[in-house]
Structures are given as C-alpha cells and as structure tokens.
Design a binder for this molecule. Structure first.
Ligand SMILES: [Mn+2]
Length: 471
C-alpha cells in the first residue's frame, strides 16, 4: 500500500508509546471524512498525524486503541456497506488494513463503544490526544461519556498530558524512512518552485502562477500540505489571496509545499522579483535574510536552543538594518528589547513532519517549550513556535524574513515604541516594499543542519536564472 511503512515500524512505535505511558488505555482516533457543503460531497481527506504515525493508514473513520497494560492494539472501523460499494467502490477489509500496520485485532465501531464503556466502568485510566476539530470532539465525547466542553478542554488533563509528551518525544525524532518521505515531497516541491519562478513576470495574476505549480503537484498525485501563499503583498505573513496582477518592481513571496504519499509535509518559501532582477535595495535586503538563514541552518545542532537561533538570525539582520539606517543604537539592545520585531514579527521556524507545523494540534507549548524554556511575552518572540533545545534527527524549518507592514509601522510610531532604536522615517520609505522570506526544511545532525531535498534556487543569482527557465 503506497505511503505505508512496514508493519514492524508501527508495532515498534506503539510499543515505545506503551512503555512511555504504562497502565493506560490510549484512544487514538483517526480523522473523519468532512462534508464540504452536503454530506456526500467531501473535502479531500487528510489523516490525523498522530493516528498515521501509530496506525499508518490513510482512510477516514478509523480509530486505534492501545492497551499499555497488556501491549494489545486494536483497529476499529466499519466494513464497506453496499451503498459505499456501489458509489465509491469497496475497499480492503478491516482485517487486511490492520495487518498492513501490524495490528491483529479489529472490530467495528459498536465494539469500540462497548470496549470504552467497559474500561470506564472498571475505572481504567484512559487518555487521548487532544482533538482539534468538531468531528473529533463529538467522537471523543460519545466514547468517553464526557461533555463536549470537557473534551475541548482535555488537552492538558493529567493523563492526556503524559500521553502528549510521550507522542511528542517519539514523533519529533525522524527515522531515515520518514526523512526519505519528506525528500520525496521536496523533489516535487522543487519543481513547483522553479515553475513558479519561470511563470512570474509583470502582468500575470497571482492565481495563474498558483495554477501552474498546483498542476505540477497534482500531476504527481500530491496535495498541498497547507494553503499556499503566493503574493506580491508578502508582508502579510499568511496572505491567502491570489487575485492581484503582479507588477514590475514588486517582490512575490511563494510559501508552498506538498504532502508526500506517506503524508509528510514540505514547507518551502522563496521570494521572487517580478521584473526578473532584484533592484539594489531588494538585493541588499534579500542577501541579509539569506545570510541570517544560512547562519541559522549551519547552527542547527543537537543541544542548541532554537530560540537562540531565532535571536542569531535577528542579530544578523539587525546588523545590516543598522547600516541601512532603519535601526540605530546597539545591536544588543535592538535584539533584547524586541524592537527588531517591527520587521521580523514572527518566529524563525517550527518542527515539520506529518503536519506542516508538526504536532501543533498537541499544543504549541507542549511541542516547542519545556520547563526551562518558557514562551516570551515580547511582541514577535511570543510567536516563536519552537524554543527548546534541538535534538538529533529532528526536522525543522528555518525561515527568517523581513516584512514592512504599514499597519504595524503606524501603530508603533503612534506609540513611539522603541523610538530611540527605530528610525520611523526610514521605515516609512519602505511602505509598499512588501516582504522577503526564505525557508528551507532542515535535518538536525551532529555536524549541523542539512537542508533536505534537491537544491531549490535560493541565491539571488540562482532565482534570477530560474526565472529564465521553462514555466
Ligand atoms: Mn513554515
């Protein structure tokens, strides 16, 4: 079955989870099919990352159960009904599906409900990963007999928190097979980004370019890992509109990635000069961001706190921005006070894996922070998704950027915020500049960060060259 590892992989993962959370019944629901506008018309299915990690399967409406007292695992789901067989075709039996991921016990949803009721009646400790969508909450409320309100607030319940920590500890270390999946997604992503560079020119509408690279992805039978960002208004961090006509002199931010057949995400950003050449100021700022990215990538080693890489990238950019007259005073002060966040108001990156923001559904603080590394209250730094020390074989994105956001400049200027450190007149002159972001997916090794996937044009020169290629 495409995108499914061998059964031993899932068996070993479930056994590791059972060792980490002993004496409990772990309920791991898969995602349900989601209706788009009526029940039979559904969104393309995306499996829950935790279910896929432990139970491997990419079909909707399944649930897994792991008894960490006995080591037993079950797969629950429904057999293909006649209506489904007629309209959608029959699928492998539950037993066949279970066997592919090393599970020997399977039963229908009624049996799951009965198993749960029995366990609750016997006072067993039951834990589940926190749900993030309505269907998941309703399923958990039904199976646990708890109210929707309690289910919605269950993320940090004591039993669930131990489970969440155990899941994070396992999922954040990537095997060679998982990294190969990410590189498979990146092989297609590289072609998408190069096609986008070749198709970008003055007078083209953003969605025309999106359609071009989406076609490459769909022809490879992949789907987006998240809604792509392709915008000449790149200072809007997650701009999801594609309706502008690109004009000469603008920069376009292309932040787009695909999911591999095994469900692993890529997350790549390139910044493209619409006219085909960066102008002098664009080039200067582009190379600033690139230098910060390169330094942070090289420093991605086990034991290094990701927050320190964020601050390293900020420092490198600030040094140049002082030279350019945007900031004044000591670089240390501009970084320590958070004044730099006027043009770098987001974090340096995040973990990536089965989810583009890997495991974010388990709680950003549970994934990116720990007892020693608490979330900052500073504007900008508080958006950092990952702060704690890197571990060997983690995969992270490194995505520094510079953004000139008129609303933010106006607000800070109105408050005279960090007025001694910021030249607001200089920032005013960069209204309309847009944004620059450069993002790669990085494997943390003992020797430093290794950029995953085939090279994707990244130096200003290579981006300009790729714009001359075939669209
Ligand atoms: Mn990202």
């Amino acid at each position: 079955m495409r995108g499914v590892f061998d059964p031993d992989t899932y068996r070993a993962r479930r056994e590791a989870l059972a060792r980490a959370v002993p004496g409990a019944l772990l309920l791991v629901p898969g995602n349900a099919a989601k209706a788009m506008d009526f029940r039979a018309n559904q969104y393309p299915f995306v499996q829950d990352g935790t279910f896929r990690y432990f139970f491997g399967l990419d079909q909707p409406d399944l649930a897994g159960l792991i008894d960490t007292e006995t080591g037993d695992a079950w797969l629950f789901g429904e057999a293909t009904g006649i209506d489904e067989a007629v309209w959608l075709g029959s699928r492998p039996s539950l037993g066949e599906l279970a066997a592919r991921v090393g599970v020997t016990r399977c039963a229908d949803g009624a049996a799951l409900a009965a198993t749960m009721a029995d366990a609750i009646g016997r006072g067993r400790q039951i834990a589940w990963p926190p749900p993030y969508c309505a269907e998941g909450m309703v399923t958990l409320a039904r199976l646990t007999g708890q109210s929707l309100a309690r289910i919605a607030a269950s993320a940090n319940a004591p039993g669930n928190l131990a489970l969440v920590r155990a899941i994070v500890g396992l999922r954040e270390i990537k095997s060679a097979a998982e990294i190969a999946e990410m590189e498979a997604a990146l092989a297609v992503t590289a072609r998408m980004h190069h096609a986008a560079m070749a198709a970008t020119r003055p007078g083209v509408r953003e969605h025309e370019v999106v359609g071009r690279f989406e076609g490459i992805m769909r022809a490879a039978d992949l789907h987006f890992a998240y809604q792509p960002i392709f915008s000449g208004r790149g200072e809007v961090l997650h701009n999801l509109r594609y309706d502008r006509v690109l004009a000469a002199g603008e920069l376009v931010v292309n932040d787009s990635g695909a999911k591999s057949h095994g469900g692993y995400a890529s997350d790549i950003t390139r910044t493209i000069p619409v006219s085909g050449r960066f102008n002098a100021l664009q080039l200067r700022l582009y190379e600033t961001v690139l230098r910060a990215q390169q330094a942070a990538i090289e420093a991605c080693r086990p034991g290094v706190r990701f927050v320190d890489l964020h601050l390293l990238a900020a420092r490198i950019m600030v040094e140049d921005l002082v030279d350019l007259g945007l900031f004044r005073g000591a670089v240390d002060d501009i970084v320590a006070t958070g004044a730099y966040a006027l043009c770098f108001p987001c974090g340096l990156g995040h973990q990536i894996g089965l989810d583009v923001h890997d495991m974010e559904a388990l709680g950003e603080d549970n994934v990116g922070y720990d007892g020693e590394n608490r979330r900052s209250a500073l504007f900008g730094l508080r958006n950092l998704r990952l702060a704690r020390p890197l571990r060997r074989d983690m995969t992270v994105t490194v995505e520094p950027g510079l953004y000139f956001i008129p609303e933010l400049i106006d607000m800070w200027r109105g408050e005279a915020r960090h007025a001694g450190l910021i030249d607001y007149d200089a920032f005013d002159r960069l209204r309309g500049f847009g944004g620059i972001r450069i993002e790669d997916d990085v494997h943390v090794t003992a020797e430093g960060g290794r950029v995953l996937g085939p090279p994707i044009a990244r130096s200003a020169h290579d981006v300009e060259q790729a714009m001359q290629g075939d669209a």
